[in-house]
Design a protein around this ligand. Structure first.
Ligand code: PBG
Length: 334
């Protein structure tokens, strides 16, 4: 039956009807807030003690250890599911040894948060790029290429050190082949069989990471990441990546970035049975903040629309720098 018997507007006529037939929900419990934890002291002029602003990401700061714990309290109070930790070490080296240092910045922050807030989930980013002096996500061969197989052991060691510090979940973002299996095996043999892996399965070589690299100081000193991160032109390959990671033992998989990759969130949702995360990355955040600051868009409405659309596309979990604002707005609505 078509018009005039069928009128799509009938079910849009009131708040009550719209609420009744709404297909997608957005709640703070589906959100994860990334935090940049810094081992350095921050005394930048005008900055709050222990916090230094990130110019390209208004509203996001690099946090000292104690401010990280303070932030975690706020996250828990807002009902956000988890924090995802990124470390900014004091020093870097060729192999990225700060990544698996038992006294490293992420390990210290994880212990501190879990001690203060045992119920709040701590997910740790497992990668070497914040810890290598060359800024690549793995160790280099003589010819400058990233050595896949030699990197696996270091990633596994890093994941175990995070689990030992109390991480509830580890999230490898390096895009080496075989890392999920390597991490699973190492976790299992070190007594962490119950620590889940959230794999950045379909992670693209994206210009949307620009502000993050500024924040984490992880821009490669030469070349780019296209020999390990995915080509934005490839969708079938993203599904293969997700299926392989599930096969290797990933408990959850992620698509990253999110906004330009909604098709793949849908595809991977339908092709796998594991929970799916979408990473609403730094450049996506920065565009919204810039548009809002210029008065071109309504920040609150745009953010809630973006996050809802990612849930509709098929994401169970959304990693987003908007998490605190979104949680506040959602609480006001209900
Ligand atoms: C580390 C990592 C990156 C991001 C998350 N983990 C940067 C990169 O791959 O260059 C990007 C996150 C963001 O842009 O918000 N490999």
């Amino acid at each position: 039956m078509a018009f005039p018997q069928t009128r799509m507007r009938r079910l849009r006529a009131s708040d009550g009807l719209r609420g009744l037939v709404r297909e997608t929900d957005l709640r703070a419990g589906s959100l994860v807030l990334p935090l940049f934890v810094s081992a350095q002291e921050h005394d930048a002029a005008g900055a709050r003690a222990g916090r230094s602003p990130i110019a390209t990401m208004p509203g996001v700061e690099r946090l000292s250890l104690s401010e990280t714990v303070a932030e975690a309290h706020e996250v828990a109070r807002l009902g956000i599911a988890a924090v995802m930790l990124f470390g900014i070490p004091v020093s870097k080296d060729e192999r990225g040894s700060g990544a698996w240092d038992e006294e490293g910045v992420v390990q210290l922050a994880t212990r501190a948060i879990k001690q203060a807030l045992p119920q709040l989930l701590v997910i740790t980013d497992v990668c070497l790029c914040e810890y290598t002096d060359h800024g690549h996500c793995g160790v280099l061969r003589e010819d400058g290429a990233v050595d896949n197989d030699a990197t696996l052991e270091l990633l596994a060691r890093t994941a175990v050190s995070h689990a030992r510090a109390g991480a509830d979940m580890v999230a490898p973002s390096d895009m080496m082949d075989g890392r999920v299996r390597a991490i699973r095996e190492e976790l299992d043999s070190d007594g962490f069989a119950d620590t889940p892996i959230l794999s950045y399965a379909a992670k693209f070589a994206s210009a949307f990471y620009g502000p993050f690299r500024e924040a984490a100081g992880s821009t490669p000193s030469f070349g780019d990441r296209r020999a390990y991160q995915m080509d934005p032109a490839n969708g079938r390959e993203a599904v293969r990546e997700a299926l392989l990671d599930v096969d290797e033992g990933a408990d959850m998989v992620m698509v990253k970035p999110a906004l330009a990759y909604g098709d793949l969130i849908g595809e991977i949702r339908r092709s796998t049975r594991v929970p799916l995360a979408a990473y609403n990355v730094s450049g996506e955040y920065a565009m919204v903040k810039a548009g809002a600051a210029a008065g071109y868009i309504d920040e609150r409405a745009v953010v809630l629309e973006i996050l809802t659309s990612l849930r509709r596309a098929g994401a169970d979990v959304i990693v987003t720098y908007h998490a605190k604002d979104a949680a506040r707005w959602l609480a006001e609505q209900s």
